[in-house]
Design a protein around this ligand. Structure first.
Ligand SMILES: [Zn+2]
Length: 130
């Protein structure tokens, strides 16, 4: 889990540097060692998407967004459950069930926050009643 934690930090700081996940994957391979190429790419992609999603959420909530639209990247690798979630609206405070964990436990999460997910949230803004 050390590798994942490090990757999470790099992904978060990489956001502000405009680093792509490929750069972060390279860094994981170089600095952590014992990680295969495909594993490094997978970790980097997951952590980059998660960091971006968290960043979008934080920024949107600051300016009063309460909901978002789930978007997939729309290719064949999108998992079926996420295809169902495509273009649906969710509250930031109530992430939808987007995966099933060990033993059939439902996993609730925002787009981009589960393993290897490339989905992304589009924040919604409503005019407040005057
Ligand atoms: Zn997804």
């Amino acid at each position: 889990m050390e590798a994942a934690k490090k990757a999470q930090e790099w992904a978060a700081s990489g956001l502000s540097d405009g680093q792509r996940y490929a750069d972060i994957a390279q860094r994981i391979k170089n600095e952590l060692g014992g990680v295969t190429e495909s594993r490094a790419i997978c970790i980097a992609r997951t952590e980059t998407a998660r960091a971006r999603s968290n960043f979008t959420q934080a920024r949107a909530q600051v300016v009063g967004s309460t909901h978002y639209v789930w978007h997939t990247v729309g290719d064949n690798a999108v998992r079926p459950r996420h295809r169902e979630l495509d273009k649906t609206v969710h509250a930031w405070s109530d992430p939808p069930i987007c995966d099933v964990g060990a033993g059939g436990t439902p996993i609730r999460s925002h787009p981009g926050c589960v393993f290897n997910c490339r989905c992304w949230p589009e924040p919604l803004f409503y005019e407040k009643d005057k």
